[in-house]
Design a protein around this ligand. Structure first.
Ligand SMILES: [Ca+2]
Ligand SMILES: [Ca+2]
Length: 470
């Protein structure tokens, strides 16, 4: 359309003014200005009256475009308009599907560009016209705005807008991703956004839940990464479009922000930050009673909970289902004083539905520090003796030897066992409460005192029960 090519030597030798005149004439011819004789137009006249500042792509032969237009005659009378039909023209350009004048007039156009075209009859409907609509030998005037351009050779275009410096892993097929997005058409019209929905969009990647272009465009993203993903319609919603927001044959632009992702096969990821190995004789194991400090955040850095808010370490018996599975696992094998980072996938944390303050399917990042560790008691036990229990247990308990053990005697006796190192109470609970519970268990008729017939060791009870079952 525009004359191109290096100027010849003869041109270069001409005086400047003459040279400029030649250039103007050449451009004029190229744009289809009136012929030197002042006769009918040789070519389409193009007036680019609005050119957007950014034009990443210009229409080329064979591209698919979507555009609006008004068509008028020289006297200003309208003969056709896509606005009246409320439907954009969606068509392939430069291959004879349009009148030649339009095929040529759309070349080189940018999205959101506006053009006025003057199409001479021989590039329009010729000397025959179009019955009832275009008279013979009509010069046509079009006002066109381009809204979309793509090519069937296009692929998904990905550009990274922000990539966090630390990228522990990248999205793969089969991962479950939580992300935010803004969706726009090429002309900037917004069609959807996750930001107005009060949460991320959560989905599996590569399993056909998403449009194909998105399945591709999310691959390789890091937690926290932001990308622009441009998807041609044949990898999006195709010729039909979707709902009333996505027209048929539309290119889609997604601005995506990945918050986190995981795989259903993930286990807890443990990274030791510091470990006082010289003082570490024993490490934590299932059943241990532990105290630990923790900070819990989302992968994007959003703070959720910290034990420092409570002024005291968190307490738990490992494996007792008191903490999420990921912590039960991640706190094992630790030395007192050790610090760890744990990445816990949602299926080992709060699952798909989340918890108070925890979004559904969120991956949690913990920093934990083990404060103390002690052996726990077997399940169901409130108190255990380190060695064999006293041979005359009831007599030892019945301090005033009146044949009855009220709560005071019981409590005094148990506390003495603990302080003398003969036994220990279940950790992690107020000893008074534990001793109270023990007394309740032994006072079988609930009359406020234990008799010799009532008193029975739990281990003996368990054995009896096993025998009964056998
Ligand atoms: Ca007594
Ligand atoms: Ca009793």
């Amino acid at each position: 359309m525009f004359p191109a090519g290096p100027p010849s030597h003869s041109l270069l030798r001409l005086p400047l003014l003459q040279l400029l005149l030649l250039v103007v004439q050449a451009v004029g011819r190229g744009l289809g200005r009136a012929s030197p004789a002042g006769g009918p137009l040789e070519d389409v006249v193009i007036e680019r009256y609005h050119i957007p500042r950014a034009c990443p792509r210009e229409v080329q032969m064979g591209d698919f475009v979507r555009y609006h237009y008004n068509g008028t005659f020289e006297d200003g009378k309208k003969f056709d308009s896509s606005y009246d039909r409320n439907t954009l023209v969606a068509i392939v350009v430069g291959v004879g599907r349009l009148i030649t004048g339009m095929d040529r007039g759309l070349m080189g156009m940018c999205v959101n560009e506006r053009r006025r075209l003057i199409v001479p009859p021989h590039l329009g409907y010729g000397s025959i016209g179009l019955a009832g609509l275009i008279p013979p030998d009509a010069t046509l005037y079009f006002d066109v705005v381009l809204l979309d351009v793509w090519n069937k050779e296009d692929t998904v275009q990905v550009s990274t807008l922000l990539r966090p410096p630390h990228c522990p892993r990248m999205v793969q097929d089969g991962d479950f991703v939580r992300y935010h997005y803004n969706g726009t058409l090429l002309d900037g019209t917004s069609f959807d956004t996750s930001y107005s929905k009060g949460g991320t969009y959560d989905t599996y990647v590569g399993s056909g839940w998403l449009i194909k272009g998105m399945d591709q465009g999310l691959l390789g993203m890091c937690p926290g990464e932001r990308r622009k993903i441009i998807i041609p319609p044949f990898l999006a919603y195709g010729e039909k479009g979707y709902g009333d927001k996505i027209p048929g044959s539309a290119v889609l632009i997604f601005n995506v922000h990945v918050i986190d992702f995981h795989n259903p096969a993930d286990v807890v990821e443990i990274r030791t930050l510091s470990r006082p190995s010289e003082t570490c004789n024993e490490t934590t194991k299932l059943g241990d009673f532990v105290r630990y400090h923790y900070n819990c955040s989302l992968l994007d850095g959003t703070q959720l909970f910290t034990s420092h808010d409570y002024g005291a370490p968190q307490e738990a018996t490992l494996g007792a289902n008191k903490v999420i599975e990921g912590l039960d696992t991640g706190l094992q094998g630790m030395c007192v004083g050790e610090r760890r980072q744990l990445i816990v996938p949602p299926h080992l944390a709060h699952g798909e539905s989340g918890a108070r303050g925890v979004p559904g399917s969120a991956v949690l990042l913990f920093e934990v520090e083990l404060v103390s560790r002690e052996d726990g008691l077997p399940t169901g036990y409130l108190f255990v003796w380190h060695k064999d229990p006293p041979a005359n247990l009831f007599e030892d308990m019945d301090l005033n030897k009146d044949g009855e053990v009220p709560p005071e005697e019981f409590s005094t006796f148990i506390k003495a066992q603990v302080s003398e190192g003969k036994g220990r109470l279940m950790p992690g609970q107020d000893p008074e409460k534990t001793i109270g519970d023990m007394f309740q268990n032994q006072d079988r008729n609930q009359d406020g005192k234990i008799t010799v017939d009532e008193l029975k060791l739990k281990s003996d009870e368990d054995e009896e029960r096993v025998h009964e079952e056998l």
